[in-house]
Design a protein around this ligand. Sequence first.
Ligand code: MSP
Length: 643
Amino acid sequence: MKYYLTTPLYYVNAAPHIGHTYTTMAAETIARFKRMQGYDAVMFTGTDEHGQKVERAAEATGKSPQEFADVISAEFRKQWEKLNIRVDRTMRTTDPRHHRKVQWLFARCLENGYIYKGGYTGQYCVYDELYVNEAGPGDPCPECGRPTETVTEENYFFKLSAFADRLLELYEKQPDFIQPETRRNEVMSFVRAGLNDLSISRTTLKWGIPLPVEGKHVFYVWFDALIGYMSAVDGEDLWPADLHLIGKEIVRFHAVFWPAFCMAAAVEPPRHVFAHGWLLFENDKMSKSRGNIVRSEPIRQVMGADALRYFLLREIVFGQDGSFSYDALVSRYNSDLANGLGNLASRTLAMIHQYRGDVVPPGSEPEIAALATGTIALVQASFDRFEFSKGLEAVWALISRVDKFIVEQAPWKLARDNGEQAQTQLDTTLYTAAEALRVVTALLSPVLPQSAPRIWAQLGMAEPIESVRFATLAWGGLPPGQKIGEVSGVFPRIELKEAVAKMRELEEQSTAEQAALLGKAPAASPEPAAPTGAPKISIDDFSKVDLRVGRVVFAENVKGSDKLIHMKVDIGEPEPRTLVAGIAEAYAPADLLHRKVVIVANLQPRKLRGIESNGMIVAASVEGGKPVLAGFHEDIPIGARLK
Ligand code: MSP
């Protein structure tokens, strides 16, 4: 039986970060879990490469949208490979096979009478790539709060209004079509409030798939992107998708627009949409403007990909918002993976090696056997409902129980007693611990795809761990007499402070690498930054930036960083501002002291190396060069505003 599941097609306007990893790791865990249930699971992830957002991001770097999309989509692919994420199907929306599918689906909607030509004057949010019918000129987007832009266009419209009843019927008949419940309620009230028709073409944009009917129109990016789920499996027997896994902010597109497009084209809609919550960083929303975007690569390098996957699925209740922090990651790694699972594996295998010459003895303790049997069922039931944290909690309850059992039995004492009873008890203890370890390892294999096979091999299991199925996973599967493999530690303890510092350092480096990758200055031009590509802003936009003259009254290097300087800058307020600036490679703290500088005084605060930075120092920079601070030839009082 097939099980086709998808992540969103990620925008290629910026490089991948831990938020994308969260969805993709969760999806791939589900794929592995479904395989354990006997399904032929097929996992899809892809990239959404058209639209204004991507076009503008490319423009700002001087690259063509296609060149830009090539670079970023390759970053996504590399990322998944490094994180042991097996991708079975993929699609880039710039692929001609996808273009054909989009045109095909459009033609079907047209034939069936659900497309008409009309005019649209209204607001558009580029960030969300969303028409905001209810907003007036200058109003913010109700989704993200960013200013909307007025667009006046002749468009092709999709008759979304015709689908309200059929959509409500779908939600009623298939109560688990949208999960979790909160999202379902949200969507149902949105649809009940009435649906407006949806503009699905744009003439003010070039970066898109042309409509088959009129060359100057390109498809609205969401009409285009959603069809990616289908074009990726074109000609295969995989549609409808069994699950679209998404973040909660795009539920409307998936649970309202997408099934309506499918219905209009007389194609089966997907079976389930699950919208998980937001991953926050230290309880804050991650965003470019806050400068607190976390990448997965530094974490992988220091902690390993399994540690990250385990953390994300164990720490956060899937469906709800949750927070990531480096400290919490390392703490959980040490308590659960190093002290819990790693310790159980190494002590159990070491004892079999030492007391039984690497051969698994016979014997089984009924209470632990019963608990393990219950745990298998509980994990299966929890993962089936995407309650990963609950399932993992149950696995660790079993690990703790086995640990306690080993302490109670004190095999090291039994080993010194040559009596038959003691030796039988030692056999039973060792078998029970090893069999529990086998069950635990099998259950964790979707979450620890790199480490579980290593423990499996150390247990001497002949069948590959990928072929374990729930139907046959039962207590007693470890054959007595089996020779264990070579024993080596799987999760060494990690020193918290050191690991966190290392991840932060790598994160800083990776931010610089990302900037270079995106070619922030036009690659072809050796001239320093002529900002030709930057989008025009109004004077009102500019006046939102509070630029002030200030004087540096304190400066020191941030400990453990080659790049950062901690400063206090007097801008005429009662207290000097604390700032952290990445200028240590260009300036020594002593050179900064008493110097007049320009700062952006109303930037969102941002924590760097534990110091809250309240503003940004203005400097000019050229690609590959060092920053040069802005300053004045004439004298100017502290606190003066630049406008
Ligand atoms: N291109 C659209 C999706 C089109 S699907 C037909 C898009 N792309 S995106 O790059 O913005 O990706 C959004 C998705 O990335 C979220 O829905 C979620 O799956 C994941 N996440 C990105 N940041 C995230 C968090 N901070 N937290 C949780 N998920 C995050 O929207």
